[in-house]
Design a binder for this molecule. Structure first.
Ligand code: ADP
Ligand code: MG
Length: 448
């Protein structure tokens, strides 16, 4: 009794110093065996926890017990395997390692996908929070976790992130990660080879079951039946289940109602297509991973150009970086723009007439038509004039003579000169380029 009280006081002190997640992870299974003279003997359920506690928290335990009990004590950690909780009841004996390898449930999760490198934004923050909650309390509150969303939005990444996080908290966790096709194939094979028992042992003994793209269970009655029982058994044992799909359960065709209702009984969250800010953040993270640096403006340009999922976005980024490397160009906004063909993308304005071009330019620069076509040569008028020359020539395919005529009777060589000058500026001057694109955009708006 006295021992328990002392231990509680020590735990209180420890609790104040570390996150609640870490506290639960490392101290919930520890207990105070006794205080033996100058020695405080703490018992833990496994060698792993003992090792981790002494690595991470020995000082903290020492300090906390001194604060709580008023004297300095030597800390000793002992393993008491009878304390091992049932759920993670894998004493990591050599035999187990062997069995794990034999039965193919060695947790081979691609370490590339972690929660740390999952970029969080508005499109996926709920799913991310759910993932974190699962890692902190697997098998309890949200079971199953059902992640759904379009292709390339990060479902598999997040699911493996959960697996890797749980694994790093407890390396003994038995995990199976597979696609729904793999589960189906295993099932079919087990029937053919009459090894149903083995299959069941394998899938029903895990602490964490991750099944990707569950929509492929559609129409597979036998598989669904088998999975239903697997699911129930795992849920009863408080083993965590995480599923992904392209759609919410009720939208998956030919899926048994009882499975639908099981899937809906946990936590369902969707991951949406990344919004602009998330796309920028994803690009930034992917650059960092590859040791590349792109400035904010470059990232913005790419994120703007591709309103797409994370996978495609990363693909585009890699493409751009590769092409620039081949061309021996440093990535900067200008070359990125060139690559993106922003300028070409604003399609030729076929159905706009020259009057509309001039009016739009005047409106944009807030000048009068008289000024634009008049003789004055102030800088404020020269840029709009040159821009008009360029657009009339490139987009409306007017001759330089005609353009000269429209712009107040200017010589065709003047037009040629102005047109070429602005063309160059568009490729070299950020400000001019911006203006050019904006003017073209207002014109495209008129363009039917
Ligand atoms: P899904 O399973 O939804 O089709 P994936 O999880 O396979 O998509 O993600 C596709 C690619 O995009 C992967 O390389 C993944 O790492 C990356 N990815 C997706 N979402 C994110 C994110 N939020 N942060 C970082 N990378 C992401
Ligand atoms: Mg996937």
């Amino acid at each position: 009794m006295e021992t328990q009280k002392s231990w509680n006081r020590i735990l209180e002190k420890i609790k104040q110093q570390i996150s609640s997640a870490n506290f639960r992870t490392w101290f919930s299974s520890a207990s105070l065996k006794n205080i033996n003279g100058e020695k405080l003997i703490i018992s833990v359920p496994s060698a792993f926890i003992k090792e981790q506690l002494s690595l991470r928290y020995l000082n903290l335990i020492e300090l906390s017990s001194e604060q709580a009990l008023g004297k300095k004590l030597q800390i000793e950690l002992v393993v008491d395997s009878s304390k091992a909780p049932k759920k993670n009841a894998v004493q990591f004996e050599e035999e187990d390692i062997f069995q794990l390898n034999q039965s193919n449930i060695t947790p081979i999760l691609n370490p590339k996908y972690t929660l740390e490198n999952f970029v969080v934004g508005l499109s996926n923050n709920v799913a991310y929070a759910a993932a974190q909650a699962i890692v902190q309390n697997p098998g309890t509150s949200y079971n199953p976790l059902f992640l759904y969303g379009g292709t390339g939005v990060g479902k598999t990444h997040l699911m493996l992130g959960i697996g890797n996080a749980i694994l790093s908290k407890n390396p003994h966790t038995k995990i199976i990660y597979c696609s729904s096709e793999k589960f189906t194939n295993d099932y079919v094979e087990a029937i053919q080879t009459r090894r149903m028992g083995e299959l069941r042992n394998r899938y029903r003994s895990v602490d964490l079951l991750l099944i990707d793209d569950i929509q492929f269970f559609s129409g597979r009655e036998g598989t669904q039946e088998e999975f239903f029982h697997t699911f129930n058994e795992l849920q009863t044992k408080n083993s965590q289940i995480v599923l992904t799909s392209d759609n919410p359960p009720n939208m998956i065709a030919k899926l048994e109602d009882r499975l639908k209702s099981r899937f809906q009984g946990g936590l369902m969250v969707d991951i949406q297509m990344p919004d602009f800010d998330t796309r920028v953040a994803i690009l930034k993270a992917k650059c960092q991973e590859r040791g590349e640096v792109l400035d904010e403006e470059c990232l913005n340009l790419i994120a703007q150009a591709f309103e797409t999922n994370a996978r495609e976005l990363e693909g585009k980024l890699i493409q751009i970086l590769q092409i620039l490397k081949i061309q021996n160009k440093e990535p900067n906004p200008q070359v990125i723009r060139e690559y993106l063909g922003q300028t070409n993308k604003l399609a030729a304005l076929q159905n706009v007439n020259h009057k509309q071009v001039l009016t739009s330019i005047c409106e944009y620069f807030n000048i009068s038509l008289g000024d634009l076509t008049g003789p004055k040569r102030q800088k404020e008028l020269v840029l709009p004039r040159h821009l008009a020359m360029h657009i009339l020539s490139e987009d409306l395919k007017m001759t330089v003579e005609k353009i000269g005529h429209i712009l107040g009777g200017r010589d065709h060589t003047t037009v040629m000169h102005g047109r070429d000058r602005i063309k160059k500026l568009i490729n070299t001057d950020r400000e001019v380029q911006k203006i050019f694109i904006e003017v073209k955009q207002t014109l495209s708006a008129i363009n039917p």
